[in-house]
Design a protein around this ligand. Sequence first.
Ligand code: SF4
Length: 338
Amino acid sequence: MSDRRTAEGRSAAGTYWRWELSGYDMTTLLWLQTAACGGDSLALLSATSPSVEQLLSGRGVELLWHPSFSRQPPRYRDELIARIVKGEQRLGILCIEGSIVTAPHGTGLHDACNGRAKMEIVRELAGHADAVVAMGTCAAFGGMPAAQPNPGSCIGLQFDHGKPGGLVGADWRSRRGLPVINVPGCPAHPHAIAQTLAWLSAGLPLSLDELNRPASHFSRIVHQGCTRNEYHEYNIEDTCSGDRACLFFNLGCQGPLTRGICNSDLWNGASSKTRVGVPCFGCTSPDFPREGDLLRTEKLSEVPLHLPLGVERARYMAYKNLARAAAPERVRDKKMDP
Ligand code: SF4
């Protein structure tokens, strides 16, 4: 690997940056958990392109410490953090998995490590990292712990739900000039995690959307690639679970509103929620989990309150009624397996 690499990118908001890695071959990675269930770490284990082994052996990533994958005890982690803060250990990528607890009263002490609030540890380490990655919706936007009534006063690293700010503030940039890179999902998709880390370590160009998510993994919507799509087109909708048609109109599916690769890069190379009859819950979105019943579509006079991205309400029902009338028998009678 060359000793000088450059990455550059542009966010949807117009931010442009150039990221230059020089003088070292391996990108060091420190992974810490805050208010997390560990789901993103588990998801990473099922990545195949690249796999964890490939990431660590062939993609230039040196894992400094991970709470589940490392054999060294927590004392080693504490010494490592001290070395990073003193400038004795270079930190390439800081991955944070989990929501940032700020309770009680903004101290963060409801989630502490060795008597110190984790939010302070994360904030300090972020200042020493070339890049900071928020792994999962909790770290990116607050996620499950930040759902109402949010007893831990949880926030994301650089967003509070969809509002810029979070722990480090909207204008914060890493040592290499990058905002926090958000890889949301509950958990994040294994390949969104592994490929983002691989790209960062290789210094490849990086484009982010308006929520600082890699455009490569968050420009498609979950609806794309769903095997129930033809039912959706002809307005043939399920009313109870276990059937074959579309889950959007009645059963709460957020696929047409949610950015993600779940149906275009299948989980474990095999399946997705909607393929097995579970509606998409919109877990990569900043407002996840939405309030109310996740298995029911909220409606405004019989029309879903939230329509597919970019669709005009005035024309929507006219289109739907026409589509239903045109439905071929195989679709109308739900003869096709999803
Ligand atoms: S089930 Fe959801 S993702 Fe699949 S076609 Fe219907 S709306 Fe789209």
